[in-house]
Ligand binder design. Structure first.
Ligand code: FAD
Length: 451
C-alpha cells in the first residue's frame, strides 16, 4: 500500500532535515529520504553560520561540540600581502555540520518524521491534488514534494544548472597542527593573534579565498575559487597552501564540493513541488554560504505548508522577505569576481570595502552605513575615483534589485514577467522556460538517471 504523508522531502542535508523537522513540529506527516546513508547526508565539514539564521528559523543555536568556534578575531587580507581589514571579534561562529545535520535529523525523528537513508528516488510526478513518488523502498503519495537535494541533486522543478562562472569549487579541512611555534609565527607575521582567522581574498581570481586559523592542536583551512575563471579549484588551493607550510599536518576531517553562487531561483515552486537550500540556489553569493539561507527557507516553507498556503505561499513569502538580499549580493559578487587584488586594495582605500560592508557580508545582510562611515566613503571616493566609478552602477542596481523583490508578484505569468525585469538588471537574457512549461515528472526535469 502506498504511504500518504503530507510531505516528502528529497535530501536529508541541513536544508532537507530542517524542512522535515520544522514541518513535523507543525503537525505535518513527513518522509525525508536521502540517497546517502543518513550519517553521511549533507555537508560534512565546518561552516560559518550566523546565529541570526538559527534565531530566524526558530532552531536552537548550536552549542557544545557542534559549536566548533566563536568569538575569534578575523582579518581580511587583499591578496597574500594586503592591505588588510582587521576585526576584533568575528561575529559568525564555526559550526560542525556533521553534528548540525545529525541534530536536525534527530529533531525531525522526534517530531514523528520518517527518515530513510540509502534510499533511491526512482521517479515522481505531480498531479492537481497530490504527487506520486517511486523509491526503491516503495511508493509514496504525498500532498507536497520538496527538493532539498543540493546542487548536484534531483532537480525536481527542472531548474537549470548554474553557468560554470556561477559555481564555486570549495574545500574545507581541519588538519593536525605539527609545529605550534611555527604556526604562531605565521600569524604574528601578519600582525594577528594565533586564534584569529586570516582570510586571504583574491589570491586566485576575484572570487577566491584561503582562510586559515589555528587552535591548540589543529589548523582550519577553507578555500574557494571559480574554476571556470581559469583558476585552480578550492581543493588544489588548500593542498598547495598546506604543502607550503611545514607546520600544517594531515587532514582530520573535511570535504570539497561545488557551491551555486547564482541568485536564487526566480520561482521556488512548480506544481506541488518546492525547492529549498542549494537546490533552490538559496546561497549567500558573496562567499558561497548556504546553510543559514537554507535553514531560514526551511522555516518559511514549513510555515506556509502548515498555514495552508502551500508551495505558492512559500515562494511568495520567501522571495519578498529574503530574496532581495541574496540577489543584490549576487550583483556585488559578479563585480568582485573580476577584481584583481590591487583593485580590491583600492576599494579598501576608498572605504567602499570597509568594516561595515565586510561585517554585513559575513552576517549575510545589507550594510547599514553610519554618518561617519558615509563621510569617510566620500573622502575615500575623492582619493580613489576609478574604484568608485566602477562600483557605483553596481550599488545602484543592487538598490533596484531590492526594490524589485519587495514587489514580487502573485501568479506564475506575472512572476515570469518579473523574472524578465530582474534578468535585465543582471544584464542577461531570461531563460525561464522551466518555470512554466514541461511535464512535472522526473523525466520532465531532465535526465532521469540524474535522480
Ligand atoms: C567546502 C565548503 C565550505 C562551505 N562553507 C560554508 C560556510 O562557511 N557557510 C555556509 O553557510 N555554507 C558553506 N558552504 C555551503 C554549504 O555547505 C551548502 O550551501 C549546504 O551544505 C547546502 O545544504 P543543502 O541541504 O541544500 O544541500 P546538501 O548539503 O547538498 O544536501 C543535499 C542532500 O541531498 C541528497 N541527495 C542528492 N540527490 C539526491 C537524490 N536524487 N535522491 C535523494 N537524495 C539526494 C544528498 O545526498 C545530500 O545529503 C560550504 C560548502 C563547501 C563545499
Amino acid at each position: 500500500m502506498p504511504v500518504e504523508p503530507d510531505v516528502v522531502v528529497v535530501g536529508a542535508g541541513t536544508a532537507g532535515a530542517a524542512v522535515a523537522a520544522l514541518c513535523a513540529q507543525r503537525g505535518l506527516s513527513v518522509v525525508c529520504l536521502d540517497r546517502r546513508p543518513l550519517s553521511e547526508s549533507g555537508a560534512r565539514w565546518l561552516n560559518g553560520v550566523p546565529f541570526a539564521a538559527f534565531d530566524v528559523a526558530g532552531i536552537a543555536r548550536p552549542d557544545g561540540a557542534e559549536l566548533a568556534g566563536a568569538g575569534h578575531g578575523f582579518q581580511l587580507v587583499s591578496g597574500w600581502q594586503g592591505p588588510a581589514l582587521k576585526f576584533v571579534r568575528e561575529t559568525v561562529p564555526e559550526v560542525d555540520m556533521r553534528l548540525l545535520v545529525s541534530r536536525l535529523q534527530g529533531m525531525a525523528a522526534d517530531g514523528g518524521a520518517e527518515l530513510w537513508g540509502d534510499c533511491r528516488l526512482l521517479s515522481w510526478e505531480s498531479g492537481p491534488t497530490g504527487c506520486l513518488v517511486e523509491t526503491d523502498r516503495g511508493q509514496l503519495c504525498p500532498e507536497w514534494v520538496v527538493d532539498a537535494s543540493g546542487l548536484a541533486g534531483a532537480r525536481l522543478l527542472g531548474q537549470p544548472v548554474p553557468a560554470p562562472r556561477d559555481i564555486c569549487a570549495a574545500a574545507q579541512q581541519v588538519r593536525r597542527l605539527l609545529d605550534p611555534r611555527a604556526g604562531r609565527e605565521f600569524f604574528e607575521r601578519h600582525g594577528v593573534e594565533p586564534g584569529t582567522t586570516l582570510s586571504f581574498a583574491g589570491v586566485a581570481g576575484g572570487f577566491s579565498v584561503v582562510n586559515v586559523w589555528m587552535a591548540e592542536d589543529r589548523v582550519g583551512l577553507l578555500t574557494g575559487s571559480v574554476v571556470a575563471d581559469g583558476q585552480p579549484s578550492g581543493l588544489q588551493l588548500l593542498e598547495r597552501f598546506a604543502e607550503s607550510k611545514p607546520w600544517i599536518g594531515e587532514p582530520i576531517f573535511g570535504g570539497a564540493r561545488a557551491i551555486p553562487l547564482r541568485r536564487p531561483l526566480e520561482r521556488l515552486c512548480r506544481g506541488r513541488a518546492a525547492a529549498v537550500g542549494d537546490a533552490a540556489r538559496q546561497v549567500f553569493p558573496a562567499h558561497g554560504s548556504g546553510i543559514g539561507a537554507g535553514l531560514v527557507a526551511a522555516a518559511v516553507l514549513a510555515e506556509s505548508l502548515a498555514d495552508g498556503d502551500g508551495v505558492e505561499g512559500y515562494n511568495l513569502r520567501w522571495q519578498r522577505r529574503h530574496g532581495g538580499v541574496l540577489a543584490a549580493w549576487d550583483l556585488f559578487r559578479r563585480h568582485s569576481q573580476q577584481l584583481q587584488p590591487d583593485q580590491m586594495a583600492a576599494m579598501m582605500k576608498a572605504g567602499l570595502l570597509d568594516q561595515e560592508s565586510v561585517l554585513a557580508a559575513m552576517e549575510q545582510r545589507l550594510p547599514v552605513p553610519s554618518l561617519p562611515g558615509l563621510l569617510g566613503k566620500l573622502v575615500g571616493a575623492l582619493r580613489q575615483p576609478a574604484a568608485v566609478l566602477k562600483v557605483a552602477p553596481v550599488f545602484a542596481r543592487m538598490a533596484a534589485v531590492i526594490g524589485l523583490y519587495s514587489r514580487y508578484p502573485e501568479g506564475a505569468e506575472a512572476q515570469l514577467r518579473w523574472a524578465g525585469r530582474l534578468a535585465g538588471l543582471f544584464g542577461e537574457e531570461l531563460d525561464a522556460s522551466w518555470m512554466l512549461h514541461g511535464p512535472l515528472t522526473a523525466a520532465g526535469s531532465g535526465d532521469k538517471s540524474s535522480l
